[in-house]
Design a protein around this ligand. Sequence first.
Ligand SMILES: Nc1ncnc2c1ncn2[C@@H]1O[C@H](COP(=O)(O)OP(=O)(O)OP(=O)(O)O)[C@@H](O)[C@H]1O
Length: 363
Amino acid sequence: MASLSVRGLAKDIAGRSILAGIDLDVAPGEIMCLVGESGCGKSTLLRLIAGIERPAAGEIRLDGSLLAGPHVFVEPEQRGIGLMFQDYALFPHLTVGENLAFGLARLARSEARARVGETLEQLGIAHFAPRYPHMLSGGEQQRVALARALAPRPRVLLMDEPFSNLDGRLRDAVRFETLSILRRFDITTILVTHDPEEAVMAADRVTLMRAGRIMLTGRGRDLYARPGSPYAARFFGDCNEFAGVCRAGRVATPLGLVPAGAGVTEGEEVRVFVRPGSIGLSGAGAGIAGRVVEHWFRGEVEQFGIEVDGSAKLVVVRAPGPVDLAPGDHCRLAVDVARVIVFKACDNICDSRTEPWLTAAGA
Ligand SMILES: Nc1ncnc2c1ncn2[C@@H]1O[C@H](COP(=O)(O)OP(=O)(O)OP(=O)(O)O)[C@@H](O)[C@H]1O
């Protein structure tokens, strides 16, 4: 198991800053998810770590040894880092066994053959060995691509959107299986995705990137509950948002009074974020009065759009089903105030502005 550390990493392409000041640590055996909007630089960061591209500045270390730095550049094939892309990049004219053997050219032939057999066995796909990629389903090809990436026994595995070619249920199944294999192999992994749910579900820790920078890193559940910025709050899940003012440590919202939180002063303007799952819903009793306007059945949870006095938008509520409410029904809402997220209004303005680094370096 290896640790990976990145310090001050920067990359410019055609005079434009693509990455700047990237610091990242991945612990031995850890699964780290890199997440962010399209174009924020996730794949570029992977390519730098793999050695496919050279950084403009900064350092990359594996177990403390320098892979890339001001005067050092270890070639990709010497790094002990495996890569797996979303299109799997299997050779169509080679069988599964030959696809795996291709990456083991440095081993003696008999050793390579044994390694191929052992790896396919470990992933439960030994029977795929004589087949060609076109004889496999998308999910099966994904497993072969994973086997090929693991066969050279890399110290770190980099995966770029490895599940994005798969749909719905298959995607979930393959994701769970892949993660359990990675944990069995105890391999240090960086997994790139643009899907926040996948990141939060899959990783030990999640790193959120935006416009070539790292915004924050933490455990998925912590980032969801305490996202640190309005941008991150919106990125990691839906929110009902309300503007308000701090009065005696509390903020009046259409869903009732909520605590303003530490650091907010009397009279300060704030923005209150309430996740759809942080609101209790009932047909009667205590709570804020509302009227159901929309209802969607989403399997284990049901989603409602609810009209509430003082809110221009429908309040979105998700509750475990079955919920005996339909459009037109009157209802009561109760916010779990411990799960409310409050930002100062100035955080929201700063966060929505174009960051200076988007236009600065290289321009
Ligand atoms: N070879 C290149 N030439 C010019 N611009 C590039 C090149 N490679 C990447 N870029 C730019 O760098 C930025 C980051 O690209 P990158 O592929 O790393 O983003 P990403 O976060 O992985 O996006 P996605 O989720 O869409 O794959 C983008 O603005 C992209 O257009």
